[in-house]
Design a protein around this ligand. Structure first.
Ligand code: 5AD
Ligand code: FES
Length: 374
């Protein structure tokens, strides 16, 4: 039975909050809600309404992408970081971590292994590591695109100047992930030290869009002191930015951070946010994140059934995997790339979807931003 016909048969009873059902239908129709309306949903959704929200999100995803789940090969190429985000395990003050960098040849062999496994998108992610100058990054991106011309390269290497972003783009980078972390200035300042600025973060995302990247923002759910009002700010921000990708994961605690011991995030609330974002942006590329899989053994499958349509298995060399520990108990750190490829495929099929190894660009390819990539 299709999800749509399921939805038609959705049965409400006296215990269902009809206002929420009406708001979900409205969001599906007009793709935006008022601040108070989002807040009402977040404050009052329980199991029945969440079921309706998830099915609505799944039906929108099916309309836009069918059952395809896009696979991206993730290469975590350096865990050096000059920053000190209060939640992150690779923050510079953490001395209880073995730091590593991959050189260009190693990165290229990770890509080759990924290419042979069928991957056509490589996501290069690192801490903010000064060793990797713009020249080095451009050379790496350029070499990947030369060797594997039918692939897309996504960068996720933090805050840079617009000139640097432009240089990476000109070298062939197609997409850029920079989570905004939270759209609430006050919470941003609680999560980050004084030398990091909310305005700079927002400016970076603006710059990336103007250059013509397919841009990914994103946020953590249930980060310390976060309220539903803060999460509403994330939804309003996403309405405004209109990103091509949105990474959403639960906050997970790490003992070597100032937030050590604070409670980790919640599966249902994270999934609620995934579904709401799918309704706001019907054709967004929405990953089912590793953090969700770490929080709950079925977390990634649940996200796929709630509107998510991307997974990012790891292609980094296994000897370094567990050193990229942004949060504790990260899954898949001991697994070979081929194992992850098979494991995730089984999970995707079991959840009722299918693996799509194509390059999987966003429908607009970023061209609604300005420049067009030929
Ligand atoms: N818990 C959950 N997500 C985290 N990230 C960093 N540290 C944590 C944590 N402790 C996320 C941030 C970052 C992305 C790479 O990982 O959102 O942007
Ligand atoms: Fe890596 Fe399951 S995705 S082992």
């Amino acid at each position: 039975m299709s999800v749509l016909s399921n939805l038609e048969k959705f049965e409400t009873d006296a215990s269902t909050n009809q206002r929420i059902i009406t708001l979900i239908d409205k969001l599906k129709e007009v793709r935006r809600l008022e601040r108070e309306e989002y807040l009402y949903i977040l404050n009052n959704t329980s199991q029945k309404e969440l079921e309706y929200l998830r099915k609505s999100a799944d039906s929108i995803r099916l309309e836009n992408y069918g059952t395809s789940v896009y696979m991206r090969g993730l290469i975590e190429f350096s865990n050096f970081c000059t920053r000190s985000c209060n939640y992150c395990g690779i923050r510079r003050q953490n001395q209880n971590i073995d730091r590593y960098r991959l050189d260009k040849d190693t990165i290229l062999s990770c890509c080759e292994e990924g290419y042979n496994l069928g991957y056509r998108t490589f996501v290069l992610q690192s801490g903010e590591d000064k060793y990797f100058s713009d020249d080095i990054i451009c050379d790496i991106v350029n070499s990947i695109k030369k060797k594997f011309p039918d692939t897309a390269v996504t960068l996720s290497i933090g805050e840079k100047s617009k000139e640097s972003y432009q240089r990476y783009f000109d070298s062939g980078a197609d997409r850029y992930l920079l989570r905004h972390e939270t759209a609430s200035r006050k919470l941003y300042e609680h999560l980050h030290p004084n030398d990091m600025s909310f305005d700079t973060r927002m400016q970076c995302l603006q710059d990336l869009k103007e250059i013509g990247y397919q841009v990914g923002c994103g946020f953590m759910v249930n980060s310390p002191t976060q309220t539903n009002e803060d999460l509403v700010e994330d939804l309003l921000f996403i309405e405004k930015l209109q990103p091509h990708m949105v990474g959403i994961g639960p906050y997970l605690s790490h003992s070597e951070t100032p937030f050590s011991g604070l409670e980790s995030g919640n599966l249902l609330q994270t999934i609620t946010m995934v579904s709401l974002v799918r309704l706001i942006l019907p054709d967004v590329l929405l990953p089912s994140t590793t953090a969700l899989g770490t929080l709950n053994s079925k977390g990634r499958e649940e996200a796929l059934k709630s509107g998510a349509n991307v997974v990012m298995p790891n292609l980094s060399p296994t000897e370094h995997r567990e050193k990229y520990e942004i949060y504790e108990n990260k899954i898949c750190t001991g697994d070979e790339a081929a194992h992850c490829r098979g494991c995730i495929e089984t999970r995707i099929i079991f959840a009722g979807y299918e693996v799509d190894m194509s390059v999987g660009h966003h429908k607009t390819r970023g061209i609604n931003n300005g420049m067009v990539r030929s």
